[in-house]
Write a protein of this length. Structure first.
Length: 436
């Protein structure tokens, strides 16, 4: 039944909730009072109490949780102490249970062996001991969050774990376990996204430097150097990683053209002279290639074995026959040339045309190509000679050069150990300050 207009007007004319009533309502809601009961007690509308409960929910939950641990000076209110007590009681009752079962055995006078005697069993003791063990196991489950719901409804309401107007600690424990279990997957996904984002940034950076006129290899080398700096590597580590990448690229190229590499190795020496190795020397070369040029690469070893098993030097007789064929063709060409000469002799002589004498024009000496890197390198070092650390953009404007030339010289100075970069900018190394 709803309120009449007179009752509604009278209720609206009442003053709002005072601070004293607010504190009292929070305490009563924390004790588990219903909004309908509080509306009658305070003379407010039920909707007003519901709105109050929603607005002050955090304070109500904090008060309910604080009441569960308000006796923190007592050891029994601490979780670890309760767990120890439950486990001790469970162990004691289990020991009594087993001892009582052991007392139910008696010695048979005829056989002399112990036998179970049902008359010695005290069912009442067994029930007490087993119920105590089961109860303590249940309390251990409750304390450790392995049982999501409690059995006694009044305990649920008192602790505020029924999920209604309180906190369901069992659900919180399960949610925390699921969150912790998914931590490795989340970390891997974050790392994957960060790597993809860095890769996109590096590709855009390389493309911009290529548009400015730098070669792609130099641009990729510069971007990798800057990426290693941002990842926290020292100058020595950056240089080591650069040469590791160079060696890896060379090794990949050797693997790609492995058969050609092996053929060049056994067909010509270092001076380009042809070689003709014996069977023993071929086997030594095979082992040398496996050990020194392609170590720990089983796939490359298989390809090397296939190459050496099928390799044969050109036969000398086949070369001689090919040479004879070439000589025969040369003789035929010689006869044709003799016939042409005879025909030319039979023709009347032709008066040669007089050609005007031309004085030879001396060719101008080629002008040497200007070296644009060396002057910029000296200006680069001179700009840093005062010992300060310069910003890359400011240094580029001071030298009045493009990004391609600037980063090319910067990369060479990095590799030569002349300049270093830290958090403040670019500066000369200690060994190059004296030279400058």
């Amino acid at each position: 039944m709803g309120l009449t207009s007179e009752q509604a007007k009278a209720m609206n004319a009442q003053p709002r909730i005072t601070p004293e009533e607010r504190d009292r309502l929070i305490h009563l809601l924390a004790e588990g009072k219903k909004p309908a009961e509080l509306a009658l007690q305070f003379g407010k509308a039920v909707g007003t109490i519901y709105n109050f409960q929603t607005r002050w929910k955090a304070e109500v939950d904090d008060l309910r949780r604080s009441r569960t641990v308000q006796f923190d000076d007592i050891a029994g209110t601490r979780k670890q102490a309760r767990l120890d007590d439950y486990w001790s009681l469970r162990t004691a009752f289990m020991m009594l249970f087993r001892k009582h079962l052991e007392s139910c055995y008696a010695t048979n006078p005829e056989t002399g062996e112990k036998e179970f005697v049902e008359q010695l069993v005290d069912a009442r003791k067994l029930k007490i001991y087993s119920d105590a063990v089961d109860k303590n196991n249940k309390m251990l489950m409750i304390e450790t969050g392995q049982q999501l719901r409690l059995d006694e409804k009044w305990t649920e309401r008192a602790l505020g774990v029924d999920g209604r107007g309180g906190v369901d600690y069992g659900v919180i424990v399960q949610g925390t376990r699921k969150w912790d279990a998914g931590a490795p997957q989340r970390a891997a996904e974050i790392a994957r996204k960060r790597a993809a984002r860095d890769q996109w940034f590096d590709e855009d950076w390389v493309a911009s430097m290529v548009r400015d006129g730098m070669s792609r290899d130099a641009a990729e080398r510069t971007v990798r150097l800057q990426r290693d700096r941002k990842n926290g590597f020292s100058p020595a580590e950056v240089k080591s990683r650069h040469w590791e990448r160079v060696r890896s690229a060379e090794y990949a190229e050797r693997v790609e053209r492995l058969e050609e590499f092996c053929e060049d190795w056994i067909s010509f020496d270092l001076e380009g002279q042809p070689r003709d190795l014996s069977i023993e020397e071929l086997e030594e070369t095979r082992d040398h290639l496996k050990t020194h040029w392609f170590p720990d690469d089983e796939a490359a070893h298989v390809r090397i074995d296939q190459f050496f098993d099928n390799w044969r030097y050109p036969d000398a007789e086949a070369v001689a026959s090919a040479s004879a064929v070439d000589v025969g063709q040369d003789d035929e060409q010689t006869e044709d040339q003799d016939m042409d000469v005879e025909i030319v002799r039979m023709m009347p002589p032709r008066k040669p045309a007089e050609e005007p004498e031309m004085e030879p024009v001396p060719e101008p000496d080629p002008e040497p190509e200007p070296d644009q890197v060396e002057p910029l390198r000296e200006a680069f070092i001179q700009a840093l000679a005062d010992g300060r650390a310069a910003d890359p953009d400011e240094l580029m404007r001071e030298l009045r050069c493009g990004a391609a030339e600037f980063y090319a010289v910067l990369g060479e100075l990095h590799e030569d150990g002349v300049v270093v970069e830290d958090g403040t900018g670019i500066r000369l190394t200690e060994s190059s300050v004296a030279v400058a």
